[in-house]
Design a protein. Structure first.
Ligand SMILES: C[S+](C)CC[C@H](N)C(=O)O
Ligand SMILES: N[C@@H](CCS)C(=O)O
Ligand SMILES: [Zn+2]
Length: 338
């Protein structure tokens, strides 16, 4: 049995939401924004490659999202794994330091942003007294499928040889490092199946992780998570873990979000986080995005208020969404007519 979560951690997100008008604005697609700015992500490390080759670009993307109105930014560690760095010839120590570096860059960006706000006196809240809007850093953890670098976080089929223990062993050290690197919470993202959710829940407990986490699943039919496991079963695992302070959906076409919020709300009272992708689909072999039918891009901004009514309270974008998407979301949610 792990350590008890301190009270400050269990109420952490509730307090944050109270100070932010009842909702939080996440950032948008991180890797795909790096790509839009010129980074080449055709690599098994995908966006984590930029921690090596272009940390300045990583910092720029964080700043662009903060400028767009995000108050929760996630680190460039989605596909940063010790195993992935070691495969590139880095030592264990170097690999662990690269994980820490992803959090350091996000902290640096937050410091620069807040310093700028103080200078320009831009960003004081209405209640005033000089208090600035709180900004949280979420350490991103992509699934085992993300590490496989073949897009298999969109299938969740890991085969029979991958067990609960395999997944716990795979993620253990990375979770420990990111939890102690200065982030405010952990974002377990694009979780494709129930087994991996269970592995994360057990790891949080066994390792006595003291920062809170959210669990975010992905779906390609609006009913189940991508592996075919039921969203209710997956969300129930998140609900049962006291370290998990929010549960939701990311990297999923916008048209499925509303129904999935309703399904999640049936099994948990925890805050619901949603950050859909553009609606395009990913080809893991060519590492390219394919246009698909239905609502794409910034069109989904107009649905955000409906998603809030359905019970979600944290909103952002995933792959192929941009700072413009986040600007639109922030504007839609702050609008007085709401
Ligand atoms: C969320 S997917 C677009 C991330 C990239 C994938 N793991 C790959 O390496 O191809
Ligand atoms: N936080 C990651 C999620 C990819 S699905 C990113 O935006 O690149
Ligand atoms: Zn995504």
């Amino acid at each position: 049995m792990g350590k008890q979560m301190p009270e400050t951690a269990t109420t952490f997100l509730t307090h944050f939401l109270q100070h932010s008008g009842g909702y939080g604005v996440l950032d948008g697609g991180f890797a795909t924004e790096l790509e839009r700015l010129g980074a080449d992500l055709n690599d098994p490390l995908w966006s984590a490659k930029c921690l090596l080759t272009s940390p300045h670009l990583v910092r720029r993307v964080h700043l662009d999202y903060l400028d767009a109105g995000a108050n929760i930014i996630s680190t460039a560690s989605y596909q940063a794994t010790i195993q992935g760095f070691e495969a590139k010839g880095f030592s264990r120590d170097e690999s662990e330091n690269l994980l820490r570096k992803s959090v350091q860059i996000a902290i640096e960006a937050r410091d620069i942003y807040l310093e700028r706000c103080t200078k320009d006196s831009w960003d004081f809240t209405e209640t005033g007294a000089g208090s600035r809007r709180p900004i949280l850093i979420a350490a991103s953890i992509g699934s085992y499928g993300a590490y496989l670098a073949d897009g298999s976080e969109y299938s969740g089929e890991y085969g029979d040889s991958v067990t609960l223990e395999t997944l716990k062993d795979f993620h253990r050290r990375r979770v420990q490092i990111l939890a102690n690197a200065g982030a405010d919470l952990i974002a377990f993202e694009t979780i494709p199946n129930k087994l991996e959710a269970q592995a994360y829940a057990e790891l949080l407990d066994e390792e006595g992780i003291e920062i809170p986490a959210w669990f975010s699943f992905n779906s390609k039919d609006g009913i189940n998570v991508v592996s075919g496991d039921s969203i209710s079963d997956c969300a129930s695992i998140a609900d049962a873990s006291k370290q998990v302070v929010a549960v939701g959906i990311n990297c999923t076409p916008p048209r499925y979000i509303h129904g999935l919020i309703l399904s999640i709300r049936e099994v948990t009272d925890k805050p619901i986080v949603v950050y859909p992708n553009s609606g395009e689909s990913y080809d893991g072999v060519t590492k390219r995005w394919l246009k698909s039918d239905g609502m794409i891009g910034e069109d989904f901004v107009s649905y955000v208020r409906k998603w809030k009514e359905a019970g979600a309270s944290l909103f952002g974008g995933c792959c192929r969404t941009t700072p413009n998407t986040i600007r639109g979301i922030a504007k839609a949610l702050s609008s007085k007519t709401f």
